[in-house]
Write a protein that binds this ligand. Structure first.
Ligand code: HDE
Length: 703
């Protein structure tokens, strides 16, 4: 590249060879010059730049000149573009919105956000996976972070939760271990964003307290269809405190307005290949379309008396309180209605801290929560480079702030005036003062010997794992067993596989047996030694199942419509209309991205070329194949995969008579069931769309 003029004498765009001329030339061949309203490119110091294509050099083929301040500044800044990614939850996606309070909760809490019905509080939410690095895939089997920052009038309140209501460990001392174990193995640097490896299962098999969370992570909760269709949980017990100082325990829940939905594992694997950004794209698109994702905030409120008599310790983060036992009170809604302007500035730099609470909210003694209260501030200082990360707009409170903290790296908001300490005698000019209305900690009385000790009340590790398992439908139970078999089949050491099965025996015998069979384990191990025997009396909690709470609606879902030239125009429009009536969207897939000509001569634009739009990207598929194109399509591997996958993933399939050739070639022509709906004409469209509200025809998995 050192020689400037290309051999055939052609000039490449934007670069002028061999001359110093910057303004003339035809078309885009020379520098793009600022004209009219286009601003002039400058350095960070504001110096106008005349040439952004070439470094300053001595002679056309000579060495670079050190004095090229524009080059040095540009490269120096580029070299420093990255900040450390989060040690966990590195891959995330955020959006802005608001929280709207339904009713005053002043009897329970003095938190300003809950005082006035109808009040809207700005919010920012960041969803994430836990284990994968920043550039990993969206549909890893993993817990999802669900972190909410509420910019209240009395300061920022962060509810830094997950989409699973319990955690792997009980004591924060073990957090680095569980995270090291799940992330890539240190010698080889892989696997990424996958718990299916020896280190993770080795650790888990030695940590019985993780068994409840393992049930959740092996369930479909860990492969959500999108952020919009998953629940969120604050996990720990917190306190709400009213103006009179009365405390009520609380657990926080976020309930998705569109209901819950997950994908199946084989689908997740393929989605990661077809669209590694599946979840972020979904959130981005739905907000851009004005279909704003929404959750309701639910509170489980209980007092000391309940806490004392509850089957488990409310301070143990490996336990939940079934909704059937303490019902959820819905007190407001969270709406995400604005995408970020800049991913780095907002999503990457947002700094959540569990210790960010406001008057009227307080911590409990959950040891994990107490450990987190140290960790988050510490990690933000490392990640964002200093103590002034609250000066970054995404982290800055939207209420007045006055304090005497000053200086440090990148100080943006600097106090004016003389007083930078308190007490002072400067009167009105002396700066802010404390107030009785400020934050008061709940005066819980604490006493006890200083020891390193796990409470006896934390000792039952299997009963709620069993309760979760028996609360699932048969299909969901099969998915849990399949996930365990998949994960443990990637584990190379047989002893680890067997140790996990030994724990499963304490949870549910059928589950343990199914997993053992799936692994080809010749002999069942002895059940693991349990600190407490598994309780058999805990009743199933239907709220824990996704499928028992299926929304039976296509609202917010996506129908993939595969079209070919000559597609029945009336049928296409009828599907489009029926989808709109349901609140669903359609996406057109065609053999060529340019689109197809319909039977009435109109042109239908495609959003995806067949090879780039596999059926795993859609909730429901309609195959609007015309008579003339059926044979051509049947020859295409992508078309055969499209229908075979839709069928294998238990999806509803609408098909025109001509499609049968393709279905036959894909090997499903003779297995069509009641979720495969013939579309003989426009009249069948609404029947098909209505039937698809079930989202999946699970009987197909068991038949
Ligand atoms: Fe976190 N966690 N965590 N965690 N966590 C972080 O903070 C930590 C835990 C959660 O979108 C880190 O900013 C410890 C439970 C979310 O930016 C770090 C312990 C729950 C996010 C950290 C836990 C969570 C984090 C890494 C055990 C669910 C992403 C980067 C005591 C209730 C927030 C960062 C975002 C992030 C520490 C356990 C949720 C290192 C020590 C339990 C959603 O501070």
């Amino acid at each position: 590249m050192a020689r400037s003029k290309s051999s055939n004498g052609q000039k490449r765009s934007n670069v002028q060879y061999g001359e110093e001329q910057v303004t003339s030339g035809e078309g885009g061949e020379t520098h793009q010059i600022a004209e009219g309203n286009i601003p002039i490119l400058t350095t960070q110091q504001g110096v106008p730049v005349s040439d952004d294509q070439n470094t300053l050099r001595i002679g056309a083929r000579g060495p670079a000149a050190m004095e090229d301040f524009h080059f040095r500044e540009k490269i120096f800044h580029f070299d420093h573009e990255r900040i450390p990614e989060r040690v966990v939850h590195a891959r995330g996606f955020g959006a802005h919105g608001f929280f709207e309070t339904y009713e005053s909760l002043s009897d329970i809490t003095s938190a300003d956000i809950f005082q006035r019905a109808g009040e809207k509080t700005p919010a920012f939410v960041r969803f994430s996976t836990v284990a994968g690095n920043k550039g990993s895939v969206d549909l890893a089997r993993d817990v999802r972070g669900f972190a909410v920052k509420l910019y209240t009038q009395q300061g920022n309140w962060d509810i830094v939760g997950n989409n699973i209501p319990v955690f792997f460990i009980q004591d924060p001392m073990k957090f680095p271990d569980v995270v090291h174990a799940v992330k890539e193995e240190p010698d080889r640097g892989f696997p990424q964003a996958a718990s299916a490896h020896d280190n993770f299962w080795d650790f888990i098999s030695l940590m019985p307290e993780s068994m409840h969370m393992i049930m959740w992570v092996m369930s479909d909760r860990a492969i959500p269809r999108s952020f919009r269709f998953m629940e969120g949980f604050g996990v720990h017990t917190f306190r709400l405190v009213n103006a009179a100082g009365k405390s009520t325990f609380v657990k926080f829940h976020w309930k998705p307005k569109l209901g819950m939905q997950s994908v199946v594992w084989n689908e997740a694997v393929k989605i990661n290949g077809a669209d590694a950004d599946f979840h972020r794209r979904d959130l981005w698109n739905s907000i851009q379309m004005g279909d704003f994702p929404e959750w309701e905030l639910g509170l489980q409120l209980f007092d000391e008396e309940f806490a004392d008599k509850f089957d488990f310790d409310v301070l143990d983060a490996t336990k939940l309180i079934p909704e059937e036992q303490v019902p959820i009170r819905r007190v407001g809604r969270l709406v995400l209605d604005r995408c970020v302007d800049n991913f780095f500035a907002e999503t990457e730099q947002v700094a959540f801290c569990t210790q960010n609470i406001v008057p009227g909210v307080d911590f409990s003694n959950d040891p994990l929560l107490q450990g987190r209260n140290f960790s988050y501030l510490d990690t933000q200082i490392k990640r964002l480079g200093g103590p002034n990360f609250t000066h970054i707009p995404i982290n800055a409170p939207k209420c007045p702030m006055h304090h005497f903290q000053q200086d440090g790296h990148m100080a943006m908001k600097n106090p004016v005036g003389r007083a930078n300490y308190e007490p002072n005698s400067w009167g009105d000019e002396g700066g802010p003062r404390e107030s009785p209305q400020g934050f008061h900690s709940y005066p819980a009385e604490e006493a006890g010997a200083k020891r390193r000790l796990r409470s006896e009340t934390f000792a039952d590790h299997y009963s709620q794992a069993r309760q979760f398992y028996i609360s699932q439908t048969a299909v969901e139970q099969t998915h849990i067993a399949d996930a365990l078999v998949f994960e443990l089949s990637k584990v190379e050491r047989p002893a680890i596989r067997s140790r996990v099965v030994a724990h499963l025996l304490n949870i549910h015998e059928t589950l343990a047996q199914n997993v053992a069979d799936g692994l080809g384990l010749k002999e069942l191990p002895k059940p693991a030694q349990a600190a407490k025997p598994t309780r058999q009396d805990l009743k199933a909690s239907p709220a824990l199942s996704i499928l028992k709470n299926s929304p039976k609606s296509l609202k917010g879902r996506k129908i993939g419509v595969l079209v070919t030239d000559g597609v029945d125009a009336k049928l296409f429009s009828a599907i489009q209309e029926a989808a709109e009536n349901e609140g669903a969207v359609i996406e057109v897939i065609a053999p060529l991205i340019g689109g197809v000509q319909a039977s009435d001569g109109t042109w239908i634009e495609a959003k995806q070329k067949l090879e780039g739009g596999p059926s795993v990207l859609y909730d429901v598929v309609a195959l609007l194949v015309s008579d003339d194109s059926a044979a051509m399509l049947a020859k295409k591997a992508a078309a055969r995969d499209f229908v075979a996958d839709a069928f294998a993933h238990s999806k509803f399939i609408g098909y025109t008579p001509a499609t049968v050739a393709l279905l036959q070639k894909a090997g499903i022509g003779d297995s069509l069931d009641k979720a495969c709906i013939a579309l003989n004409g426009a009249g069948d469209a609404s029947k098909f769309v209505t039937a698809s509200r079930d989202l999946r025809f699970w009987d197909r998995q068991t038949n």
